[in-house]
Write a protein that binds this ligand. Structure first.
Ligand code: HEC
Length: 130
């Protein structure tokens, strides 16, 4: 087990402002590597273009989203592994921890969370076919 105890229950952020979060997203140039509906992707032609938002089967909790932003190497989704991580297994995502304010983080997460739409997971239903 890891010796540091940084995974806490009872973690709660104050409510963020979705519009401010959207502005922060562009100001911090998240769109250099990500596409999200309504904000143009501005990466390089052969660069990273990782989709954020859209349909998911379970809601991304803000704990997960905060982690993705301030500790991106914690858990790298397997679908991105090849392009998105370095040979050492670290995320290629830029580190913002020295430049982002806590308020910016709160608003960004509110914005990101609003971009995910939960769709019911597929039911395992097999109609009879004759
Ligand atoms: C230099 C490229 C780069 C920039 C800039 C960047 N990211 Fe990422 N981001 C990545 C990569 C690569 C991944 C996938 C690997 C990982 O999970 O760290 C990722 C993953 C994520 C995820 C998790 C996605 C998922 O489906 O689990 C979120 C959320 C995210 N980024 C948000 C942001 C936000 C917000 C910003 C701007 C503050 C930002 N990123 C800027 C490269 C970038």
């Amino acid at each position: 087990m890891s010796s540091c105890n940084t995974q806490e229950r009872g973690f709660a952020l104050p409510e963020g402002d979705i519009e401010l979060g959207k502005a922060t997203y562009t100001r911090l140039a998240c769109n250099a590597c990500h596409s999200i509906s309504g904000i143009e992707w501005q990466g390089e032609n052969d660069g990273l273009r990782i989709q954020l938002g859209g349909e998911v089967s379970t809601q991304k909790s803000y704990g997960e989203l905060v982690t993705s932003v301030i500790n991106p190497s914690h858990k790298i989704a397997w679908i991105y592994k090849e392009d998105a991580s370095t040979a050492e297994g670290l995320s290629k995502m830029k580190n913002y921890n020295e430049v982002m304010t806590v308020q910016e983080l709160i608003d960004l997460v509110a914005f990101l969370q609003s971009e995910y739409k939960v769709t019911a997971p597929a039911t395992d239903y097999h109609p009879y076919l004759y």
